[in-house]
Structures are given as structure tokens and as C-alpha cells.
Write a protein that binds this ligand. Sequence first.
Ligand code: GLN
Length: 221
Amino acid sequence: MCHLYGNLLNTYGDVGNLMAFEYELKKLGIQTERKIVSIGNDFKESDYDFVFFGGGQDYEQSIVKNDLIKKKDEIVKYIENNGLFLAICGGYQLLGKYYNDAYGNKIDGLSIFDHYTVNQDSKNRFTGQIKIQVESFDEICLGFENHGGRTFLSDKQNAFGKVLEGNGNNGEDNSEGFIYKNTIGTYLHGPILARNENLCKKIIEKIFKENNYDVRIKTKN
Ligand code: GLN
């Protein structure tokens, strides 16, 4: 497992997503290893089965963006090869075109996806509990959001969830995050995989199925 910029972008215990993953796999007798891949480190797509990119402050995002671009080609390959990639909040924003931060700076994203993120008037932030319906995994998921950014998807992108309570991408169109192949971008801290155990199990099951491992994991109703 790769924790992208885990020493810079790791707000609200986002590392708990990796821990939740490790915990579920351990119960199946599968050992995992995780590595922080940060500024100056090579990212080789074939080295990983799970890439996690967490959220963070505007300042850290502005530092990360300069290094991130050097990893773009391998990240694109990883995503296109159906690799499991989870990006939360600041990480999610950086996969898109740009993020206009709270100080009026434009932080360029990787432009792998078409979404873009603008800020809010009067430095407002979307904070609080959030509840979303995730159709692709047939789950209602809970989380916590805290973002200044308002993200808009392009017509070609599919939202990860539909907002039932809270703000999600932008507080306007009820969309939350995006999903493409096995890449998920979302604003849900929580950490989402720890707080939504069924989602974590269903993601693992999907990846196993695609790789021809025959494992069934019991989910709770
Ligand atoms: N700094 C970004 C914002 O405020 C991302 C926040 C986060 O990752 N929690 O929108």
C-alpha cells in the first residue's frame, strides 16, 4: 500500500483508511506493507495494490503539487490499469484541474480528471457530519467533512455518492466525490473506510474478484 505524501497530507486521521484496510485483510490472513511515498520519492505503479492520497491544508497542498506532477505518468498508468486508488478531500482536489485556495492562490492539480475546485465567499467552510448514498456499492455512508473548496464535476464524470445530509462536492448539486474504474475521490473523512466497514469490505471483495481471488467477506446489514 502506498500512502502518497502521508507525511504532509494526513488530516483528521485519514491514515485510518489504511489501518482499516490492513485490519480487514489481516482477518483474512493477508499481511500488508505500507510505505509513504513523498517529495522526491519515486512512485512506480506496479509496486502497489492500494494507493491512498489523503487530505490536508492549503499550504501543504501547494507544496505537494510541484512534486506530484513528476509522478503523473505512473499515477495515470496505475489508475487506467484498474488499481485501487482512494483520494480524500485535498488529495481528491489535486487529481482534478485546479484548486483556488482560501488565500486566492491557484493550485494546479494533475488534470487527470476534469473536476475543478473553487473557494467560497467570506472564507466559509463546509464542516460537519455528512451522509451519502453510494449506489455502486449499495451502501449509505457516513463521514465528516471540512473543506473550503467547492468542487464541480464535468459531464463526463460520475459522482461517487448522492448527498443525503451535508454538503458534498459543492453544496449545490447533491453530488459527492467521483468514481472512475477503481479510483474514488471523496470529501468524506471519518476515516471513511473505518467508519463504513461494509464499504471497506465490499471494495476489498471487488478487487479480489477482479484479480480472481475467491474470497467472500461477510458484511453487516
Ligand atoms: N485545503 C482544502 C480545502 O480546504 C482541503 C481540505 C481537506 O483536505 N480537509 O478545501
